[in-house]
Design a protein around this ligand. Sequence first.
Ligand SMILES: CCCCCCCCCC(=O)SCCNC(=O)CCNC(=O)[C@H](O)C(C)(C)COP(=O)(O)OP(=O)(O)OC[C@H]1O[C@@H](n2cnc3c(N)ncnc32)[C@H](O)[C@@H]1OP(=O)(O)O
Length: 435
Amino acid sequence: MLLPRFRFLRLVASLTTRAFSRGPVSLQGKAPDMSEGNAHLLVSNVRNRLREIVGASTNWRDHQQALADRLSLSNQLAGSQDELPVRRMKDSYIEVHLPLGTDPTLREKYLNYHKGVRFGRILEDLDSLAVLICYSHTHNKALQRSPLSIVTALVDKIDMRKQVIHPDCDIKFTGHVTWVGKTSIEAKMHMSQYHDGAYTPVLDATFVMVARDPENKRAAFVNPLKPEGPEEEELFQQGEINKTRRIELSTASLLKVAPTAEERKIVHSLFLNTLDTKTVSFRSRVLPPNSVWMEDAKVKGLEICHPQERNIFNRIFGGFLMRKAYELGWANACAYGGCRPNLVAVDDILFQKPVEIGSLLLLSSQVCYTEGNYIQVRVHTEVLDPLTRHHNTTNVFHFTFVTDKDVPNIVPQSYGESMLYLDGKRHFNQTLESQ
Ligand SMILES: CCCCCCCCCC(=O)SCCNC(=O)CCNC(=O)[C@H](O)C(C)(C)COP(=O)(O)OP(=O)(O)OC[C@H]1O[C@@H](n2cnc3c(N)ncnc32)[C@H](O)[C@@H]1OP(=O)(O)O
């Protein structure tokens, strides 16, 4: 059962996102200008299109040569943002189809055991689409290849509008650039599914991508964006607000500053609830009824990063990392709740460092916060250097799941776990607010 407030917020959100769901808001129902040939593109063609844009190798044995070829594009980078032509939102608008209803072979790739759609696959598609949107925004007709390496920096938010994605109905993705900084781009995407004679919204996603030089070493300028009309102005302003919010959240991170007074009270109350009243000891702890120690709500995994999962810049594809993290997080939520959870939101996926091909990637998922029938899961990934045994964090993922019945309360024991709990609570509250 959904929390009453949550249900109300979802309704508000579906009204506010309706304008976006029609495509770039300034188009007023007219077909977008598809001068770059992105009309009626199939998801299966997106990656090939990306390979063409950057000149990526299709065989691993050629990747060194492809990298060397890209190096020569460095002199095509703009020296400043002012040198680049201004773009409109409709310049980057794309519409991409995933014909699950009409292509049974494709369906097999997306089908899960429970006759639903593998959400991890959708995450991969969204990541590729976000990159294509950014290349459409930065497209320069005079150049055969783009000198820019566009990478995923952040999945700001993915809000589910529907919990069921049918495996046998066609899917449509639309999206475009909504905000631009100097070297970063915000892209919003919308996914809908054809069911009962009409396309209905399934999810809204906001990604932040960063442009780098051909070697993926330094940031590179991107074309400015000019919003047209009040609705595009609003989307652009929202992009500014999102940027400020991200800076504020990062400043207030529990990794940097102490919890607020309110949060300290929560932690202390959790601590008091676990004290053994029979002993006068801070050490003796008792698990309250219908609760699980945080320590017992982890699932871990390992991926060996093979060349097959590389992106167009010969690093591990961000979508692959998201799929693996999502599936681990889902499995953890499933084991924790004792039933099949549904995804409510993906929030604040940070791509801190690229993952090199050949890396040993350790994934660790933790149920970090629960409330009623909601489970907040954090997945942390790090690369292990087997020679030096050094660990390096590459990504942090946050997923909110809902189940049909209330789940046990998660209880932190150590101070570190309490911070994870508070961080999970912050993400959960943010999810509720944005719905
Ligand atoms: C062939 C089949 C595959 C086809 C699909 C292709 C898909 C390709 C997409 C990918 O797979 S990318 C792989 C996953 N992503 C990564 O590996 C990125 C890993 N992270 C990094 O490399 C760096 O953290 C990153 C480049 C994102 C940022 O580096 P820095 O922190 O040094 O950035 P810098 O300080 O130079 O700032 C550059 C811009 O990024 C912005 N930025 C940095 N971190 C950010 C963040 N976390 N959130 C939002 N914006 C951020 C920053 O504000 C600034 O924007 P503006 O110039 O517009 O002001």
